[in-house]
Design a protein around this ligand. Structure first.
Ligand SMILES: NC(=O)c1ccc[n+]([C@@H]2O[C@H](COP(=O)([O-])OP(=O)(O)OC[C@H]3O[C@@H](n4cnc5c(N)ncnc54)[C@H](OP(=O)(O)O)[C@@H]3O)[C@@H](O)[C@H]2O)c1
Length: 264
């Protein structure tokens, strides 16, 4: 039976909605009847996607152009959505940085940590209490297969994704009985702008998923468990990580990732 997304309505808010997985969350949630607040820096892209959602799905949209890492911006997003019932928060905006720690720009590493970790906390602070008052809602946190083990050559990024995995799963337990479905979503390599932004070479031996497949499968999982890992191979690799020694997993992961950095 198809899931009833009215539980997560009437509005969903998607961060990083201007490309990749965020644009796809916006499309698929609009297709399920949710009005969408689209947040990211590139206003032109957001407006284009918003127009597409309105004309293809007959939903309402609101565009908020914001660098979410700038001081006070999460507060501004909160103010600009005060009049809306946000039933689903998709904490998706994020980026990665491939390379050895000392090769990476330190300000950008800090900025990545703020965007990937602090921003989801700030926005959850805004929308979760209102969901609790209504007794229904949903929270999605973009983790990654990089969240399940240390990732030499992608270390800080992997750590930020572990943060999202743990937080998303914790909130599933804390609030499930109060009608709030939290889900940590872990895609493997997925075709978006991520690789270019992260300065990674192509996926090499890894299989690359499409954003629409990842999003569709994760939305099926929402409300049905704390965590979602996309793809059979990724699920199998996660299982092997759990039963192997940490030292060995760290060495293998580093060997697989180190050649993928453009900085290598
Ligand atoms: N693609 C993968 O292989 C993969 C795998 C696992 C997890 N993920 C996770 O999936 C999420 C989405 O990434 P993606 O793959 O869809 O990459 P993407 O195509 O590069 O999308 C990233 C989004 O984040 C937004 N963003 C970046 N900096 C921002 C800022 N300072 N303020 C507001 N928005 C900002 C970007 O929009 P603007 O540039 O317009 O601001 C863009 O919409 C990320 O959290 C990523 O860690 C991706």
């Amino acid at each position: 039976m198809a899931k009833d997304f009215r539980k997560y309505g009437p509005w969903g808010l998607v961060t990083g909605a201007s490309s990749g997985l965020g644009a796809e969350y916006s499309r698929q949630l609009a297709d399920k009847g949710l009005n969408i607040v689209l947040v990211a820096r590139r206003e032109d892209r957001l407006k284009e996607i918003a127009a597409e959602l309105e004309s293809n799905h007959g939903v309402q949209t609101r565009v908020i152009a914001s660098d979410l890492t700038a001081d006070g911006e999460c507060d501004r997003v909160a103010r600009e959505t005060q009049d809306l019932e946000i039933g689903l928060l998709v904490n998706n905006a994020g980026y990665g940085m491939f390379g050895y720690y000392h090769q990476l720009d330190s300000n950008r590493q800090v900025n990545m940590t703020v965007l990937n970790c602090v921003v989801p906390v700030l926005l959850t602070n805004v929308y979760l209490p209102r969901m609790l008052e209504r007794g229904r809602g949903g929270l999605i946190f973009l983790a990654s297969t990089a969240a399940y083990q240390a990732c030499g050559s992608l270390g800080t990024y992997g750590a930020t994704k572990a943060f999202n995995l743990m937080l998303g799963e914790s909130l599933w337990k804390e609030y499930g009985k109060q009608g709030i479905d939290s889900l940590a979503v872990s895609p493997g390599f997925t075709k978006t702008e991520f690789t270019e932004v992260a300065k990674a070479k192509d996926a090499g031996m890894f299989r690359v998923a499409t954003a629409d497949a990842v999003v569709a499968a994760s939305l099926r999982k929402l409300g049905n468990g704390p965590s979602f890992v996309h793809g059979l191979l990724n699920k199998f690799l996660n299982f092997t990580v759990r039963i192997s020694s940490r030292r060995m997993v760290i060495a293998i992961t580093h060997a697989m990732l180190k050649g993928r950095s453009e900085r290598a």
